[in-house]
Design a protein. Structure first.
Length: 202
């Protein structure tokens, strides 16, 4: 009889934890979805426009990175900030970093080199934004983050964690269910254990 009661209690505890985990994921999914929607077509201003890195091919931006760069150029032309920060390291075997490929694209688009800050220390979002914080002077850390729509919530959370005040502007409208679910898992975990602990979740 006592064994049956113990099993029943364990079962209830497992059910309770499962329910809480599912509820927390659902809340995270809503937050990710709302942030993705709100980041599209947003006007923003700050001390710097920060472009989160994406793939580059032999120094040429991938389509994803190019969309982010073009969005940043639109913000620049609207006087959203006095400088642009490019971020992103290189993958094994790459000759160029994402940050440098982005820098070259912006320079060729007519932005003066001394108005672009290149950060190549970050292999993921957390590392890139932490390096950005270290580059920006105290009191000049209000930034406009440019990334994909589905990535808006996690990048904003990470920015807050590393000491930046961020407004996210989406490049494109990629809100596919798969992307939103993946981001919701990362947000669910990161908001509990901190994003630093899952910083390899690019």
């Amino acid at each position: 009889m006592e064994g049956g009661c113990a099993k029943a209690i364990v079962g209830r505890v497992i059910f309770g934890f499962g329910f809480l985990a599912l509820a927390w994921f659902a809340i995270s999914f809503v937050m990710v979805s709302v942030a993705a929607r709100d980041a599209q077509g947003r006007a923003a201003s700050g001390d710097a426009i920060v472009i989160l890195g994406a793939a580059q091919y032999n120094g040429e931006p991938s389509p994803v990175l190019e969309r982010r760069l073009d969005t940043a150029l639109d913000l620049w032309q609207a006087s959203a900030a006095p400088k642009i920060v490019t971020t992103g390291a290189n993958q094994p075997g790459d000759q160029f970093t994402e940050g440098f490929a982005a820098f070259r694209y912006l320079r060729d688009a007519g932005i003066a080199e001394d108005e672009i800050v290149v950060i190549v220390d970050g292999g993921d979002t957390y590392e890139s934004l932490l390096a950005t914080t270290n580059q920006l002077a105290e009191g000049n850390r209000q930034v406009v983050l440019v990334t994909d729509a589905y990535h808006a919530r996690r990048s904003a959370d990470i920015a807050t964690e590393v000491g930046l005040q961020a407004t996210v502007v989406a490049a494109g409208d990629d809100n596919s269910l798969g992307r939103l679910v993946q981001e919701s898992v990362a947000v669910s975990i990161g908001r509990i254990v901190t994003y630093r602990r899952i910083s390899n979740w690019r």
